[in-house]
Design a binder for this molecule. Sequence first.
Ligand code: AMP
Length: 355
Amino acid sequence: MTMIPPGSVIGMLGAGQLGRMTALAAARLGYKVHVFAPEGMDSSCGQVVASHTQAGWHDRRALSRFADDVAVVTLEWENVPTETVEFLSRHVAVHPGAAVLAVAQERLAEKNFANGLGLGTAPFRAVDSVAALKQAVAELGVPAILKSNRMGYDGKGQVRIAADTDLAAAWAALGTDMAVLEGFVDFACEVSVIVARGHDGQMAAYPVVENRHKDGILDTSTVPANVSDDVAAEATRTALALTEALGVIGLLAVEMFVTRDGRVLVNEMAPRPHNSGHWTIEFAETSQFEQLVRAVCGLPLGSTRLRAPCVMTNLIGSDADNWPALVAEPGARLHLYGKGEAKAGRKMGHVTRPA
Ligand code: AMP
């Protein structure tokens, strides 16, 4: 493919903080960003972009006008309807494409895809009724976690299943017609690897990150991860294998469990910038956001080398009220996402510090 040169307009589907940080990286390289999302101009991403379309995902007239204005389209949210991406793809290149999204939007598809490549996951069963849930619990045992097949994130759409859990109530609480029951993994730690892949198939993996979650939401990401060289190599190999097999153009973030006996199990993947890669803005030679711009525009990928060990901490809800102390703290790099209301559980910003 020919390179899309600086000065061109990159289309962005989704208007959250991931789009915002991508737009800032794109601007540094001289690109403009046009965001398409149901949210208005005052969204986290809308505040920093050159142009903005506020419309629904199925508004074909708005999508056509958007496609005419942009040189390429990428996304910051993997749950953009695949029909939207297919429609846009008839007018303009969309990276990653609908086939990648179809896998990444469903937990069952993700796990089957990983298993199909010979990669491990937590043991799981598809569950579409209370009867199927009872059967799955009998087969996998407890504790287990029931997760909605689609649209789950940050611990939402999940119910922990214990020996005394009322299964009919748990199924009703999830409010879905398709779910997955996962055996509980007594992990030693959780890690993630972000891989960039260009049009030419060239791939670049970032160093392995160690992630701690609080209430199902990412709390800290530490780089490098405190794992053995063998585990780091296996996690990297796993993420590269998934990226290549999916044919991603752009980024793929793969979250994994490391078991106490050193096995690496795939938990989730996201074909977009990822919260566990925010440290790359200051502590990698090329940020994940710049890397996404490079990959979708056909530029050479940048170096993923770690400049220095670091820890990224999310600012969730009222954590962001602490900004006066954080902005005054020597060495701390504060990012605030321009979101108005600090609702509980909402990602308001992050801070990255040398480790
Ligand atoms: P998820 O939305 O699947 O990424 O789940 C959010 C967090 O819940 C994970 O990062 C883990 O900390 C925890 N978790 C999810 N699935 C499992 C599992 N099968 N076993 C143990 N912990 C889990």
